[in-house]
Design a protein. Structure first.
Length: 272
């Protein structure tokens, strides 16, 4: 029996078990996948007792940066954004870190018809690990300029460093003036549910594309306001499905059944 899990805290809300289990069933794999409540302090002990049945881990907050110290190897993207959301157990128990959030965001924006070269100016809301991944996704789309609106001033240096590694200019502004970023070609909101609610009444007429990483509850107030003004919205579910599909491929070596996973995620959300 091969095992995999998603680690984080809090974790009870995670859709990852529904997505991965649906993928394994579709692929005919006798694998298990669980949600494991795991804090940053508990992570080293958890990793140390994994046996050879473990094939991979999905990593969510607050562990995406903490896990870096426990990897034996890592994908280049992990070094760029200093965050890993996937650990694949390789031969000899080696832990290999990957970041599937970045290509997942590119794919989710692609679902909203955003292609490389389409993004002149973009905005990122938030300053954590997911925001750093958003910078890399926007760089992959050849974005010319990004402004990041942060609630924590101490996030600024790290975000600028990511921009420098990507070769993409990044401007940092205070969350207090985040409404100024709503005029961008693409807006990526990485803040938790409810945090962006104050921006709802400030969405401009004919807005661009919004990717809101929240998937539950959906739609967020910001996404709903965006849609009401005929703006294009890429949902957090699309991001989650695309990044999870890449995790499945990394862990199993098999093509992920994207449509099956999307349907499983939508059904799980509908049942809540």
């Amino acid at each position: 029996m091969n095992r995999a899990a998603v680690l984080g805290s809090p974790i009870a809300h995670s859709l990852s078990p529904a997505l991965h289990r649906a993928a394994y069933a579709s692929l005919g794999l006798d694998w298990t996948y669980e949600a494991v409540e795991c804090t940053a302090e508990a992570l080293p002990a958890f990793l140390d007792v994994l046996d050879p049945s473990w094939r991979g881990l999905s990593i969510t907050m607050p562990l995406k940066q903490v896990v870096l110290a426990h990897l034996d190897a890592r994908d280049d993207l992990v070094d760029v954004v200093q965050a890993a959301n996937t650990v694949v157990m390789a031969e000899g128990g080696r832990r290999v870190g990957w970041n599937t959030d970045v290509p997942g965001m590119v794919d989710a924006l692609g679902e909203a018809d955003v292609a490389a070269g389409d993004v002149g100016f973009a905005t990122v809301m938030g300053g954590g690990a997911t925001a750093r991944s958003a910078l890399a996704a926007l760089a992959a789309l050849h974005c010319q300029q990004v402004t990041v609106f942060v609630r924590r001033p101490d996030a600024a240096d790290e975000l600028r460093a990511v921009g420098a590694r990507l070769g993409m200019p990044v401007t940092i502004e205070s969350w207090a003036i985040a409404e100024q970023g709503l005029l961008a070609d693409v807006v990526v909101s990485t803040v938790p549910s409810g945090v962006a609610d104050r921006l709802v009444g400030m969405v401009p007429e004919a807005p661009g594309v919004l990717l809101d990483v929240v998937y539950d509850p959906w739609p967020t107030s910001l996404a709903l306001a965006w849609q009401q003004l005929s703006g294009t919205v890429a949902s957090g579910l699309e991001l989650l499905v695309h990044q999870a599909a890449r995790q499945v491929e990394l862990m199993t070596g098999r093509p992920a059944p994207l449509a099956v996973m999307r349907a499983a995620g939508a059904a799980e959300l509908a049942s809540r």
